[in-house]
Design a protein around this ligand. Structure first.
Ligand SMILES: Nc1ncnc2c1ncn2[C@@H]1O[C@H](COP(=O)(O)OP(=O)(O)OP(=O)(O)O)[C@@H](O)[C@H]1O
Length: 257
């Protein structure tokens, strides 16, 4: 595995407040890295800094051997940095097909290569193929998340950053108790949106050509898909290690409210 992304001593301010205070992090091709921490500790800010959506005041972000200092976000996207923000951010009035096309615009390629890229997305998320003509806004939350990830994959990324992909699509506790069995019977396991995204992340990992940086509060999800974790607190990394080291004690100390 080669190191694709490296952050050293990254500091960033928002509205005059220091939000990132010396973030150290690296991600290798072929692995899934979970970036965890309580609300407001700087996880999204870290991803935005990597994507170039927020200026970094000091420190370095090196991607594929190149320092990204003032590289604009569109150039980073073409270099292979993809960011799926929290809340999914798809275009509700465009169809699923049109939403996906936007990903292809970032990285133009031959018709055959574009078709293969679409097939890869449809293999991961078959529901998107069934819904190509529907408006993005009518999809369920889980389907919109799949669309957002699919669109990001069509930019041909080498680094895929996912900000809380399970947010708002986990069945509530009541649903879980009351309806799970019924849902499994009527819709099959593959109608579980969290399980589908979990499965897709594992498939992408199996391909081995991509690095995934995942912001996620759902500990079991991280334990299932990630190889390593970083825990942040107040703008800095306070714990890190192989995912097996994400013990209940670490969760309690750094992640639980
Ligand atoms: N636009 C903004 N204006 C002012 N403060 C902001 C802005 N965006 C983020 N912040 C502050 O920066 C800090 C870090 O936010 P960030 O979104 O990176 O946290 P996070 O770890 O991703 O948490 P969450 O899960 O709540 O998104 C928070 O204290 C937040 O209030």
């Amino acid at each position: 595995m080669s190191s694709l992304l490296q952050l050293s001593s990254v500091e960033a301010d928002i509205a005059g407040s220091r939000i990132l205070r010396g973030v150290e992090l690296n991600v290798n091709t072929g692995e899934v890295v979970a970036l965890m921490g309580r609300n407001g500790v700087g996880k999204t800010t870290t991803l935005r800094g990597i994507a170039g959506l927020l200026p970094v005041r000091s420190g370095t972000i090196v991607f594929d051997g190149r320092a990204l200092h003032k590289t604009p976000p569109d150039v980073r996207a073409r270099m292979g940095v993809a960011y799926v923000p929290q809340g999914r951010d798809i275009f509700p009035h465009l169809t699923v097909a049109e939403n996906l096309e936007i990903g292809l615009v970032v990285h133009p390629r031959s018709r055959a290569a574009a078709a293969a890229a679409r097939e890869r997305v449809f293999n991961l998320f078959p529901v998107l193929k069934e819904m190509l003509g529907r408006k993005g806004g009518v999809l369920s939350g889980g389907q919109q998340q799949q669309l957002a990830i699919g669109r990001a994959l069509l930019t041909n990324p080498r680094l895929l950053m996912l900000d809380e992909p399970t947010e708002g699509i986990q069945p509530s506790v009541i649903d879980h108790i009351g309806d799970t069995l019924k849902k499994l019977k009527t819709e099959g396991l593959h109608e579980n949106p969290v399980a589908e995204i979990q499965h897709a992340i594992k498939e992408l990992k199996r391909e081995g050509s991509l690095a995934i940086l995942l912001v996620e509060q759902y500990v079991d999800f991280c334990r299932d898909v990630a190889d390593r974790f970083y825990a942040m607190d107040r703008g800095a990394v306070v714990a890190r290690g192989p995912i097996a080291a994400l013990s209940d004690a670490v969760v309690k100390q750094h992640l639980q409210v």
